[in-house]
Design a protein around this ligand. Structure first.
Ligand code: HEC
Length: 139
């Protein structure tokens, strides 16, 4: 009788541990999507605070500069990194940049971005490219 009681206590303890462990593991994956959401918000904020919104939209058409929707698909990541760092010198040396200048007439000013800003933007553009496309495909 005594051992039985002990066993059932152990079983209960195990069950409780399991029940507690399951929501914990799902919480873990929720955290990850929050991280992604946060990265996206950082990008959106930076896009506004650095003044990109004066010349660019993402998915809402051209302004002084091109609509940046799809930019991670039409350009190599290395090209984007380079461009965000040195638009003012690339405009003289890079064939794609020269073509863009012909179309938009205004050279994009150097925005003084740090490497960190550039990574945030690239993540943000990729996120927008995959998410806005999904929305379009659903329509
Ligand atoms: C004064 C207007 C202006 C501002 C501000 C500006 N851009 Fe631009 N951007 C342009 C123009 C114009 C082009 C097209 C190339 C050219 O003519 O220099 C361009 C091109 C680009 C491209 C390449 C687009 C493509 O289709 O390949 C990216 C990416 C970009 N800008 C990102 C940014 C980001 C990020 C910021 C903010 C940190 C920013 N721009 C701020 C005017 C601007």
């Amino acid at each position: 009788m005594k051992t039985r009681f002990k066993l059932s206590l152990i079983t209960k303890a195990l069950l409780i541990t399991l029940v507690l462990a399951i929501p914990n593991s799902t919480l873990g994956s929720e955290d990850k999507s929050n991280d992604k959401e946060e990265l996206h918000e950082n990008g959106e904020e930076l896009f506004q605070s650095k003044g990109c919104v004066a010349c660019h939209t993402i998915g809402k058409g051209k302004l002084t500069g091109p609509d940046l929707l799809g930019v991670t698909e039409r350009r190599e990541e290395e090209w984007l990194r380079n461009w965000l760092k040195n638009p003012d010198t690339m405009i003289f040396s890079d064939p794609i940049a020269k073509e863009l200048l012909k179309e938009y007439f205004v050279p994009m000013p150097n925005q003084g971005l740090t490497d960190e800003d550039i990574e945030v933007f690239i993540t943000y553009f990729k996120y927008e490219d995959s998410n806005q496309k999904e929305v379009e495909e659903k329509d």
